[in-house]
Design a protein around this ligand. Sequence first.
Ligand SMILES: [Zn+2]
Ligand SMILES: [Zn+2]
Length: 597
Amino acid sequence: MVTVKPPITEDKPVSVIMEDTEEDLETLRHSTAHIMAQAVTHLYPNVKLGIGPCIENGFYYDFDLDQTLSHEDLKKIESEMKHIIGSNEPFVRAEIPKDEALKKMEVLGQPYKVELIKDIDDEKVSFYTQGDFMDLCRGPHIQRTGKVKAFKLLSVAGAYWRGKETNPMLQRIYGTAFTQKDALENYLKLLEEAKKRDHRKLGKDLDLFSFQEECGAGLVLWHPKAGRIRTIIEDFWRKEHYKRGYEVVYTPHIAKLDLWKTSGHWNFYRESMFSPLDIEGQEYLLKPMNCPFAILMYKSQLRSYRDLPFRWAELGTVYRYERTGVLHGLLRVRGFTQDDAHIFCTPDQFESEVISVIDLAQFMLTSFGFKEYEIELSVRGKGEKEKYIGGDATWELAEGALQQALERKHLSYTLGEGEAKFYGPAIDIKVKDALGRGWQGPTIQVDFNLPERFDANFIGSDGKEHRVVMIHRTVLGAMERFLGCLIEHYTGSFPLWLAPLQIRVIPVTDNHAEYALGVKQRLENDGLRVDCNTINAKIGYKVREGIIEKIPYILIVGDKEVKEGTVSVRSRKKGDEGSYSLEHFLERIKQEIAAKE
Ligand SMILES: [Zn+2]
Ligand SMILES: [Zn+2]
């Protein structure tokens, strides 16, 4: 990846986020994986070794062992690693002929390494040795084991060899390493915090959603509170789209197999699609994407350049086959609703359409409390033009326009050479949450493929047919993943405008119930989401319950409030705030809602 700094032409801050130590950190972490493998072979001499790559924030190594590793075993491995690090052994690289390497690994009883070597296309393979341990590896590595200053083994989990369910299940130990002790400590604190924010846990605690065995893996049940949040998001989303010249469309969940053949999905995307359904002898497929329907709508009439652009938005529910092993809460599911849109325009309109999408994306992200993001522009790889559909001129035009749009907006971005899909370049935005973790955000994808396959055109001012430009874009991504992201970003304490329940009124005794219900009614009349807890329980208990449910405002009413016509306010942010007249309270929270704080 190449970092591109846009010209600074205004006094807006331009931040390019690239850690220059990223490569060093990867080398350090991967070297720590080797050290871990060495420690494991010391403790369990019969271990068969899998692979040990570096991953985001750490590393892992896969082991085939007779016994199941426990947390205690990880501690033993850690202390053996400390010995190895203390001995400060050098990492030594050696290249040996492939057949020699094969023999060596066969003698050592390492079947997985044998398999890996067989797959290598070179005459020679490289090994790295530190002390008494040798491992097949391309490198690079740190110079000596003593360079590892801070590491930690985090967890152990089962993983199929090479991710295939028909292969043996190995034990994968995850760990991380840093160049500084306090960096490790900060990271461990972050992990603790992330655990507290885990949307799967909070989703259950706050009764937001569930997955159920009887229903099937990866299929989300949105409970009423999450349903509220989704309704608020969707209403806001629709309003903002209409404001920006979009129209909202709806399309079916299934379509004839032939449509997916024309679109190319059946050939290129089949592994992610569910098997066909038989309907009166015709094969139909559940949709993995909404795009072909948009194209069919486009083609339902002859289109003139005067009609363009069309901006058709759709909250489209799609179904994709994901292996059970990769499903993860709301983040990896089998059915989800995309906040999709398809824009059809002329080549001349393309750049300004992209700018409008970026504007909308920025507006939406800010509205939901995401202030920081990273942008990647995915373009063709150099010298591999045959991998892509569409001619040079078209690609250059589209890549140039995307780049131009980013520069006009003074946005910094990284250039992902060779990262483009075969059918067109794209802009991908990764948002950062409250813990600084990246989440997949808006994407803007140009498509040369579908207009070609469906022969989608418009009549130009010259009276001739021209190929239409098609843009796919999502702003929030999938509603499911976006909810997961919001839950973790806010630790379930949704801002007032999104909170499923905004206010709870609690009467001190039964005598104050009538007044409490009156307060509830008054607030509801103003469109607020309110309930009233009149059950017979101690006031302290009822307040605590409200706090656990993370309700933004709790209003307590007793003798004093009834007499004075006020409410006693307890906010999630500040705790007790004393008494307010109802009008004053209403004014305040209306401001808070409008500000989307
Ligand atoms: Zn290595
Ligand atoms: Zn699409």
